[in-house]
Ligand binder design. Structure first.
Ligand code: ADP
Ligand code: MG
Length: 296
């Protein structure tokens, strides 16, 4: 075929390209027409090169027939904006106390900036991404977790209709982790929790969490203790004994919920590795941490 305009030559021989495509074929067939929910967060989101390769991966998934759904958070971006506005944050048990002003900032940053940037990068490859908040189309109904934390929400219901309609049109939903309560009050929700709930509601083939560590580790400071496969009861035990801490707790809880409520698998991956999504889905490279499900 004549070279397509604007395609960079990355130095691969044509035979290598052809072989790579053929080797991916069984994996592509396995995932064809399946929903894959991808939680985008951590380092991968603040590094522009990784954000660009992430967008390429998502477009590729859609192009070979998968139905990707992106869910994103934006803790560092919210913190940066609050600092710029000179607003102090108070933390209680590791959670940011979210007063109405903080909620407004979080919502503006997530929906108006972080989500927009992801949509923009995906749409450089064709106008397929549609950004939405959990408030849109009744997607996520939540309730205030604890009055003393302010506008922090726990999910009570997911209505995936709006996502199903977008997916039926071959569009790529990009969801910001804000929900609303039954009075229409917006609430800030952990993005891992949103990804798991959506993965369950859509009966996703897989929910994939891109983060800033190689996966789940028995010792968080020692990458050689990476856990390749783990079951839900083992995860519960690791939360109970404190091996899993900090931001890994809602992430792992979200994996458990996703599987409990209908997703077929969950996987924790190192978002700092370029094209880690393709490596996991389309090669037999065992990377990150796979949560085993009860089915064979
Ligand atoms: P994200 O932006 O991906 O949600 P978080 O900071 O919320 O990132 O969660 C990932 C963090 O969880 C890691 O950077 C790590 O410091 C922490 N963590 C705690 N316990 C573990 C564990 N057992 N294995 C891996 N990471 C862990
Ligand atoms: Mg987190």
């Amino acid at each position: 075929m004549t070279p397509l305009a604007g395609i960079p030559d990355r130095g691969y021989r044509p035979e290598q390209r052809a072989r790579a495509l053929v080797e991916a074929l069984p994996y592509i067939q396995h995932f064809r027409n399946e929903v894959v929910v991808v939680k985008f967060g951590g380092n991968a989101m603040i590094n522009e090169d990784l954000a660009v390769t992430f967008a390429e991966d998502v477009v590729l998934l859609r192009s070979v027939g998968l139905k990707p759904v992106v869910v994103h958070g934006g803790g560092p971006q919210i913190a940066e904006m609050l600092a710029r506005l000179g607003k102090e944050s108070e933390f209680r048990d590791g959670l940011r106390v979210t007063d109405s002003e903080t909620l407004d900032v979080a919502r503006m940053v997530l929906v108006g900036k972080v989500g927009r940037d992801i949509v923009g990068r995906i749409n450089m490859h064709g106008a397929h991404a549609v950004g939405l908040s959990g408030e849109d189309g009744g997607l996520i109904t939540a309730t205030i977790r604890d009055e003393s934390l302010g506008y922090v929400g726990d999910i009570v219901q997911v209505n995936p209709g709006i996502l199903e309609r977008l997916l039926a049109e071959d569009l790529i939903p990009v969801v910001s982790s804000i929900g609303s309560d039954i009075t229409g009050q917006a609430l800030n929700i952990n993005a891992d929790t949103v990804a798991g709930a959506i993965g369950g509601a859509l009966n996703a083939k897989k929910v994939v969490y891109l983060t800033d560590v190689p996966g789940l580790m028995r010792d968080v400071n020692d990458p050689s203790t990476l856990v390749a496969r783990i079951t839900v009861p083992e995860l519960e035990a690791m939360i109970a004994d404190g091996t899993i801490a900090g931001g890994m707790v809602p992430k792992v809880r979200s994996c458990i919920d996703a599987i409990e409520f209908g997703a077929q698998g969950a996987h924790l991956l190192d978002g700092r590795v370029p094209h880690v999504l393709l490596l996991e889905l389309f090669t037999d490279t065992g990377i990150g941490t796979m949560v085993e499900t009860r089915q064979p």
